[in-house]
Ligand binder design. Structure first.
Ligand SMILES: Cc1cc2nc3c(=O)[nH]c(=O)nc-3n(C[C@H](O)[C@H](O)[C@H](O)COP(=O)(O)O)c2cc1C
Length: 391
């Protein structure tokens, strides 16, 4: 039975444990550049014991950003700052990962970070630097978002080429895992979901046409990166809508991605429709309402069973994510072979040392080394022996 703190090897890369920092936008970039914030934010989670640290959604095209504050990798000039981050993460013993993303119709928003903290994303007007969004079909995400341009075949080829260029840059920046963001209602998800894709050409219609772009992105990225680089896809396993994308579709997609050299499916959900996004937000913010709503059964670990199904049906490695808010849930998921990795979002925002505290709680400190610089702080933790002190 594997444990949360057991190492895992994929291709030639060994992760020191199964805990990953889930991608989380920081909306703190200017012109897509990573800066000191990103170094300290991601670096401290590597210091804190994560096995894998993934950057936020990193735009492969300038017009592929969600908001003007997103991180980017659409030009060579972005590489150097990103390399500094990946190199630091690696030096701390974690595997550096990067999430490559294109927002499609869910783009051209103003950066939501202001002095009052995070506010709602607001559409960015053209005069304030907004851009024309693109999508498989010309259907806006919500009433007040701009009407996206329906992509031509040339636009589709162009996006695939940009994913490929971004992957090349990611490897040059020393990342060892590339995760393609194909979830949460962003561009690639817009293609595979029948809700947002109403094309009638080779990229729309039946399921195999709707997933075509994902498969081409996977093939193209695999063709330019080294053999040892790990390729992951984050998918939304369901749209939570009656006529939408569902778990069985996700099993088909995962199988096809696996054939094209994808190593891990990161199993998330939702994001296609503003109704489900609004409900999810409401439920997360007010746990009491969970009992009264049935559309999305949000509760701790609510996406784990989908990870289990995809893993068992396709024999691909999976990451489980979503309200995994205790070391026990994480440990049980790994123990029961429902996932190979546990990705944590908000728990890591609250505490970069989540892995250390989890190891103490689960009595697995003998499997985790901690920074030698912090030895004096942790050495008196009850009677637990850490496996070592890393300098
Ligand atoms: C501040 C914040 C930013 C996020 N940004 C991204 C992102 O860039 N890409 C992505 O795939 N998911 C993003 N997510 C979703 C998280 O990766 C994660 O899937 C979600 O928060 C559920 O996990 P949790 O319950 O452990 O937070 C974000 C979540 C938060 C809270």
């Amino acid at each position: 039975m594997p444990d949360l703190f057991d190492p895992i090897k994929i291709r030639s890369i060994t992760f020191r444990n199964r805990i990953g920092v889930s991608p989380m936008v920081q909306t703190s970039s200017l012109d897509g550049f990573a800066d000191d914030w990103h170094l300290v934010h991601l670096g401290s989670r590597a210091v804190g014991g994560a096995g894998l640290v993934i950057t936020e959604a990193t735009a492969i095209q300038k017009n592929g950003r969600i908001s003007s504050g997103d991180l980017g990798i659409w030009k060579d000039a972005h590489i150097s700052n990103l390399r500094k981050i990946a190199t630091f993460i690696k030096k701390q013993g974690a595997i550096p990962g990067i999430q490559l993303a294109h927002a499609g119709r869910k783009g051209s928003y103003s950066s939501p970070l202001n002095q009052n903290g995070l506010t709602e994303l607001k559409p960015l007007s053209k005069s304030a630097g907004g851009w024309e969004t693109i999508a498989p079909s010309s259907i806006p995400f919500e009433k007040n978002s701009s009407l996206p341009k329906e992509m031509s075949i040339k636009d589709i080829k162009n996006v695939i080429e940009s994913f490929k260029d971004a992957a090349r840059r990611a490897e040059r920046a020393n990342f060892e895992l590339i995760e393609v963001h194909a979830a949460h209602g962003y561009l690639l998800h817009q293609f595979y979901s029948p809700i947002s894709n109403q094309r009638r050409d080779i990229y729309g219609g039946n399921l195999s046409a709707r997933i075509k772009i994902c498969l081409e992105v996977a093939e193209n990225i695999r063709s330019v990166i080294s053999k040892n680089i790990i390729l992951a896809f984050r998918i939304s396993y369901t749209d939570w809508l009656e006529d939408g994308w569902n778990l069985n579709d996700s099993i088909v997609l995962s199988n096809e991605l696996k054939k094209r050299g994808v190593d891990i499916i990161d199993v998330s959900s939702g994001g296609t429709s503003p109704t489900t996004v609004a409900i999810a937000k409401e439920l997360i913010e007010d746990r009491d309402k969970i009992k009264n709503k049935s559309l999305i059964p949000i509760e701790p670990g609510y996406q784990i069973d989908a990870s289990d199904r995809i893993r068992k049906k396709t024999k691909i490695k999976t990451a489980a994510v979503g309200l995994i808010n205790s070391p026990e849930i994480a440990q049980e998921t790994i123990d029961m072979n429902k996932a190979d990795f546990i990705f944590l979002g908000r728990e890591f925002l609250k505490d970069p040392y989540w892995p250390v505290r989890a190891a103490i709680k689960l009595k697995q400190t003998n499997k985790l080394s901690i920074p030698g610089q912090y030895y004096l702080a942790w050495r008196n933790q009850e009677s637990f022996e850490f496996s070592g002190y890393k300098l």
